[in-house]
Design a protein around this ligand. Structure first.
Ligand SMILES: Nc1ncnc2c1ncn2[C@@H]1O[C@H](COP(=O)(O)OP(=O)(O)OP(=O)(O)O)[C@@H](O)[C@H]1O
Ligand SMILES: [Mg+2]
Length: 316
């Protein structure tokens, strides 16, 4: 939320923006937001992925070249900076840019001037630059792969997108946002998501951030078509880590009993009495390692009552 606020504040200023964040955190989405609120939205918006273009070609791609400037340069070519004149240039994965290209870029940012590769003519340029990186540029400067002066020039207005695992409250919002979107998009009906599945989504580490979450929900909506989303409908990496965490908790209960200790359980709010009862019964069974006679004694209920409740749980 804070990042969006920052982005909207800076959008109409023409200031260079540097967006940093792990893969899938929404850097491109934020860049779009800035461009489309910049007052330049009717002008060109050009995106270029510095990591996807061979190092030798990147410079001419960005700044253009004159005829004969290098072996393959049979004709003159307009660079992306010239193309984007008056508009916005989004430089994705800027950390991949060669040192030489970095020098040229610094010059554009500082003086608003470009020269084509192999050329001498100075061309005036009015381009709003938004740069993005998923490598830590500060670190890259220390490693000597990124120019310090360019880094300072780019970070006039830095926006850091935190990884999803540090934005637990956003996970929740995004799950429901993507649920709605993919229900609509796929035309499938899904009645909701189980507490267990939701908990697994919140607890997962999300190395692929929002993109990974979006894919997980899209897939789950298709699988769960006609009912609610269960833990099993989530990608294996997620359900597996939830099952493992669960197994650890259950082992700890049995171990505590073996050592004569009592152990706490976590009850989440909101919960119904039925849910709480089920949770306590299941945890007690873990504690006594499945011994139903002992469990009913500890719970101080009749064995028959315990069996009946377990049957009810099975049925659900
Ligand atoms: N806050 C958000 N709300 C809705 N969708 C989002 C949000 N953030 C990211 N997304 C979605 O997540 C996906 C990844 O976002 P984006 O392409 O902007 O990430 P990125 O940071 O550029 O990743 P990479 O570094 O891998 O290029 C996109 O499909 C985007 O629509
Ligand atoms: Mg991207």
């Amino acid at each position: 939320r804070r990042s969006i606020e920052l982005a909207l504040n800076v959008a109409d200023t023409g200031t260079t923006v540097l967006i940093q964040g792990e893969s899938g955190t929404g850097k491109e989405l934020l860049a779009n937001l800035i461009h489309f609120n910049s007052g330049r939205e009717d002008k060109p918006y050009i995106k270029i992925n510095c990591g996807a273009i061979p190092e030798t070609l990147l410079e001419s791609e960005l700044f253009g070249h004159e005829k004969g400037s290098f072996t393959d340069a049979r004709s003159q070519r307009i660079g992306r900076f010239e193309e984007a004149d008056g508009g916005t240039l989004f430089l994705d994965e800027i950390g991949e840019m060669s040192m030489q290209a970095q020098v040229r870029l610094l010059r554009v940012l500082q003086d608003g001037e470009i020269t084509r590769v192999g050329g001498t003519a100075v061309i005036k340029s009015d381009v709003r630059v938004i740069a993005a990186s998923n490598v830590d540029l500060d670190q890259a400067v220390d490693d000597g792969t990124f120019r310090k002066d360019l880094y300072y020039r780019l970070s006039v207005f830095p926006i850091n997108l935190p990884p999803l695992r540090e934005r637990l409250e956003d996970i929740h919002l995004l799950v429901f946002h993507f649920l709605d979107r993919y229900k609509e998009k796929t035309g499938r009906f899904v009645s909701g998501i189980s507490k267990e599945a939701l908990r697994a989504l919140v607890n997962y580490g999300w190395p692929g951030n929002v993109r990974e979450l979006e894919n997980a929900i899209e897939r789950a909506v298709i699988i769960a078509s006609g009912r609610q989303i269960e833990l099993d409908d989530l990608p294996q990496a997620i359900s597996k880590s939830a099952f493992e965490a669960n197994a650890l908790v259950r082992q700890e209960r049995a171990r505590a009993a073996g050592e004569g200790r009592s152990v706490g359980i976590e009850i989440e709010l909101p919960s119904t009495m039925d849910e709480i009862e089920r949770h306590v019964i299941e945890a007690t069974l873990d504690y006594v390692d499945g011994d139903k006679t002992r469990a009913s004694r500890l719970l101080n209920i009749a064995r028959k009552t315990l069996y009946r409740k377990l049957e009810q749980f099975e049925a659900k």
